[in-house]
Design a binder for this molecule. Structure first.
Ligand code: TXA
Ligand code: MG
Length: 347
């Protein structure tokens, strides 16, 4: 991992001169973290191989894990990849927004950006600061989530500062990210057919409603066995994990609460619970993720909550509920499962 020796400038959006400076930094190959509607991105000029290498170093990320390129408009995509009719339909329905589409890349995108793959992941973010930065820079911006590799993604400028200060050139503070989970990733695998490589705010149900047939990559919900490869290389890495082990508690509300109650008052155990868990929620070691009926709110809080456990040394074990697999719940399920290293306790 690179050392922390860079003088990182932090600006607060809106800031016209700051944004121009950020765009210049991107253009010349420096690293700028910026807000998006999903999570913060660690941006670099996607046309420069060296800049992509800097991203991998700053994050401590394996270089076989490809980066998403961020564009200002869907119509820019044809410069960088072989656009399919499915992409055009997806763009009409969901872009700009939290959806990433994998397509065959064109030679202009260096293979460093795509981890050696002949495909490239394309996303058009809706966040106003992200759009402004991309437009001002005039180049596609390659950006993974702006966290150290293995840690939960960053959903506030404070998270980015804590992981990236001294490692990158600029951080654009645009407040908290709206959605809080990374974009949905799909690849086009046939006429009208999509494969979902990573679930997010654009749900399987929403894609089906647009008339697509959607297959879920196995890596989204299951641990792959030795030698099996996920369609998104990043899905194979341990991810989203706080320092203390996370176990997911699976069972009826009644049984889950009975199980958690055994650890009442034990501050070495963190109990993640819902607003509705009356018996648990006021305990000193309870951490409320939101209402059971508000999965968007849960998604919004999840990474901040996982990160907050690392500030509390006394916590040695974390128990969290297993989310329902529908709608955005599938994305919460996927991130929680990975945070737990697939540790599920049936109660
Ligand atoms: O919401 C998001 O997508 C955020 C913001 C910053 O836009 N970005 C993000 O990037 O989550 P990152 O690098 O943390 O995750 C990208 C994922 C990885 O799992 C990677 O393996 C996969 O996308 N990916 C990238 N290019 C790919 C490709 N050509 N084929 C398959 N998977 C790809
Ligand atoms: Mg990431």
């Amino acid at each position: 991992m690179s050392e922390k020796h860079i003088n990182t400038k932090v600006i607060t959006y809106p800031d016209n001169n700051g944004m121009k400076e950020g765009a210049e930094l991107i253009k010349k190959g420096a690293l700028v973290a910026f807000p998006t509607e999903t999570v913060y991105g660690l941006g670099a000029n996607a046309l420069l191989s060296d800049a992509a290498e800097k991203v991998y170093r700053a994050k401590g990320r394996p270089s076989d894990n490809p980066l998403i390129i961020h564009l200002a408009e869907p119509s820019d995509a044809e410069k960088y990849c072989h656009v399919t009719p499915e992409f055009l339909r997806l763009a009409k329905a969901f872009m700009p927004g939290p959806l990433t589409v994998v397509m065959k890349k064109k030679d202009i995108i260096p293979s460093t950006v795509t981890g050696g793959l002949d495909t490239v992941a394309v996303r058009i973010p809706s966040h106003i600061a992200a759009r402004e930065l991309i437009s001002l820079a005039g180049v596609p911006i390659a950006a993974p989530s702006a966290n150290l590799s293995g840690r939960p993604s960053t959903t506030s400028a404070d998270h980015v500062i804590s992981d990236m200060l001294g490692r990158i050139d600029m951080i654009i503070d645009g407040g908290d990210c709206d959605i809080g989970l990374e974009s949905t990733i799909v690849s086009v695998c046939g006429k009208n057919k999509l494969k979902m490589l990573r679930p997010g705010r654009i749900t399987l149900e929403m894609l089906e409603k647009e008339g697509f047939e959607v297959e879920l990559d196995k890596a989204v919900t299951e641990k792959l066995s030795e030698g099996e490869k996920p369609a998104a290389p990043g899905m194979k890495y341990r991810h989203y994990a706080p320092g203390a082990p996370v176990s997911l508690v699976c069972g009826s509300d009644e049984k889950r609460i009975a199980f958690l109650s055994r650890f009442a008052e034990d501050r070495s155990v963190a109990l993640v619970c819902f607003d509705e868990d009356e018996k648990i929620k006021n305990l000193p070691n309870a951490y409320i993720i939101g209402s059971k009926n508000d999965p968007d709110g849960q998604a919004h809080r999840l990474f901040a909550l996982l990160r907050s456990f690392d500030d509390k040394e006394e916590i040695k074990q974390i128990y969290a509920p297993l989310p329902e697999k529908k709608g955005i719940g599938l994305a919460i399920f996927n991130r929680m499962l990975k945070a737990s290293g697939y540790t599920v306790i049936e109660v």
